[in-house]
Design a protein around this ligand. Structure first.
Ligand code: ZN
Length: 247
């Protein structure tokens, strides 16, 4: 296996085709904006962009087998993702693939399968410009905050508010405050068997969120954090012989 992390950026890719504002911000898709920021960075071996409308919904066995970390952006077409494909993504996470779920991906099939909860939240789109979001680092020892200030702001965002219907995160990395007064657990980590999941809230399609250097730094750090751990030998489960003689 080649050194470095093989990243696959999965994108629903529909808003870019149907909403002029989104096409203007991301002419070749949100996933490519993120992908360009990852290419050539230390630790990244390859960057592949796939979309819902690709053959096999961009989730063929070959692609999944060749992926160490997958990012997931979806919003209006969650239901179109085939259950069998969502199940394959879930299984790959249990086997060690990292999964980074972005913004409205909180309602995606792979995320909901891995969480096992409703994953609902409060939300508000306030006019053309949205509202300010201030992200606070609440775990300064966490590798996902490498190189970041202790807080940063996104001037125009959609609001997501608590309660967020997720299982308690293993690590809570960011909490967001919104201009309207709500707060939200906007950076959450979970371990699922051998794999890791990171949910990152920013990413509403009508704002240039994936052109923001701090957001892209979080995603790069998250890719490195979520990369599979390669043990000398795979972990063993099932019926097993004792390691010491038993009486
Ligand atoms: Zn949104």
């Amino acid at each position: 296996m080649a050194d470095g992390i093989r990243v696959t950026l999965w994108n629903e890719g529909r808003h870019e085709k149907t909403m002029p504002r989104v096409a203007e911000l991301y002419p070749d898709g949100m996933h490519r904006a993120i992908g360009r920021s990852l290419e050539g960075k230390p630790g990244i071996a390859s960057v592949r962009c796939v979309a819902l409308d690709d053959p096999g919904q961009g989730l063929t066995d070959e692609i999944l087998a060749d992926t160490d970390v997958m990012t997931w952006w979806g919003h209006c077409a969650h239901d179109e993702v085939l259950e069998e494909n969502a199940a394959k993504v879930q299984q790959r996470v249990l086997e060690g693939m990292g999964l980074i779920v972005l913004h409205s991906g909180h309602f995606s099939k792979p995320f909901m399968r891995l969480m096992g909860t409703g994953c609902f939240l409060k939300w508000r789109e306030h006019g053309e410009h949205g509202e300010k979001e201030r992200l606070w680092v609440v775990d300064p020892a966490h590798p996902i905050v490498e190189g970041l200030p202790d807080h940063f702001e996104l001037p125009n965002t959609e609001m997501y508010g608590e309660p967020f219907g997720i299982p308690k995160p293993d690590d809570l990395v960011f909490i967001s405050w919104f201009q309207g007064g709500e707060v939200f657990r906007s950076g959450c980590c979970w371990h699922r068997e051998r794999g890791k999941v990171f949910y990152f809230r920013p990413g509403h399609e009508t704002f240039p969120i994936y052109h923001d250097a701090r957001v892209l730094r979080v995603l790069y750090n998250a890719v490195r954090w979520a990369a599979p751990v390669r043990m000398e030998t795979p972990p063993v489960q099932g019926n097993t012989q004792p390691l010491e003689p038993l009486p």
